[in-house]
Design a protein. Structure first.
Length: 382
């Protein structure tokens, strides 16, 4: 049935009728840009649906196509009048949903197709809901107001890319034809300018300058393990308290459960991380809210760098120490591709030199090959 409906709409599009047929449940509707209904407060034409009162059967689709052509002709000749449709006993007018209502329907669908947990809730809020709030909530979604939101963002940025992704999803859900691929731009983490990161010595000094015991513990965990802000509250605290320096991040973190090793295992003892002391924070908050609490604390106490800098430092440190990129990516909750894009362009000559020294000074590295007959610096092949 969907294939038949798609072919009919293709024919209507080729004929430039300006009308398409939609199926909602087992009923058929016409959708077109129509003038406001009598007594409406609107003044300009907008997308509306007309319920035909017929079922989505083979015969119903034939009749719907005929009705669509008739409506398209009336619109083209500027002879469309609501009276004929409002008075028809077999035709029912369906109120067109606003963007606000459409978002609610999309949210319901979103969580019907995936598990509702802290990870998906955070993705919904950050990647979808915040973008959708930029749309005019009381209007009807169309290509024009979608494109307006997209072009109001800065090209070649993460915001532009995220906006195109979210609005493409809801446009597809609402069966609105729009191609946002040309607007996504060239954003990539590889193009982001690397920030100035603190040295490991600076990180250690800052730890001892923090007066609050609980926030000193939070800082130490972020520094030692390169966790995301909220993940410091999503750990297996019991295992840490028992002296396990390999921390386990819970399922309710952004990218699910994983285990993380410290690049400096000495910091586990030096920072006394076994003594778990949490700040008075509502752990039932969503991940983004918990992460924001950490960001605000760093700013208020003038740490001098953002908490995510500690995460970046762990990543760079793992490269310097020669940890395989696949292992470091897993420990950070990244794919190898994302990890490479984020951090490979941060590597400087000193990182290469450090890795070379570690590699060449390994006691178990392969020996240099010896050539038979080599004496006094001369090679003999006799």
């Amino acid at each position: 049935m969907n294939d038949v409906l798609a072919k009919i709409n293709d024919r209507l599009k080729i004929a430039q009728t300006g009308v398409r047929i939609q199926q909602i449940s087992n009923r058929l509707y016409l959708r077109a840009t129509l003038p406001p209904k009598p007594n409406s407060q609107k003044t300009q034409p907008y997308q509306q649906r007309i319920a035909l009162g017929i079922y989505a059967s083979d015969e119903g689709l034939k009749r719907a196509e005929a009705e669509a052509k008739l409506l398209g002709g009336l619109i083209a000749c500027k002879n469309f009048r609501w009276d004929a449709y409002l008075k028809a006993p077999s035709v029912e007018l369906l109120a067109v949903e606003t963007i606000e209502v459409l978002i609610q329907r999309f949210e319901k669908y979103y969580f019907q197709t995936r598990d509702r947990n802290q990870q998906t809730l955070t993705t919904w809020l950050i990647d979808y809901w915040r973008v959708f709030q930029k749309l005019p909530q009381t209007d009807i979604l169309n290509a024009q107001n979608i494109l307006k939101v997209v072009t109001n963002t800065i090209p070649d940025t993460k915001t532009r890319k995220r906006t195109c992704m979210a609005l493409s999803a809801i446009a597809k859900f609402a069966q609105i034809e729009i191609n946002l691929k040309p607007y996504r731009g060239r954003y990539s983490p590889r193009l982001v300018t690397p920030r100035d990161l603190p040295t490991d010595l600076t990180i250690a000094k800052h730890f001892y300058e923090i007066e609050s015991e609980s926030w000193r513990w939070v800082y130490g965990m972020l520094a030692a393990y390169g966790l995301r802000n909220h993940e410091v509250f999503r750990l297996d605290f019991g295992a840490i308290a028992n002296g396990n320096y390999i921390v386990s991040v819970g399922e309710n973190s952004k990218t699910g459960s994983r285990r993380v090793w410290p690049c400096y295992p000495e910091w586990f003892e030096e920072f006394n991380l076994q003594e778990v002391v949490l700040p008075k924070v509502d752990l039932n908050q969503a991940n983004h809210a918990l992460g924001h609490v950490v960001t605000v604390w760093f700013k208020r106490h003038e740490i001098g760098f953002a908490p995510y800098s500690l995460r970046h430092c762990w990543a760079i440190r793992s490269l310097e120490f020669g940890l395989d990129i696949t292992l470091s990516a897993q420990q950070m909750g990244h794919s190898a591709k994302v990890h490479s894009e984020l951090y490979h362009h941060w590597i400087s000559e000193k990182h290469h030199q450090r890795a070379f020294e570690l590699m060449s000074n390994k006691s178990d590295r392969p020996s240099v090959p010896k050539i038979l007959g080599h004496q006094n610096g001369l090679k003999s092949f006799d």
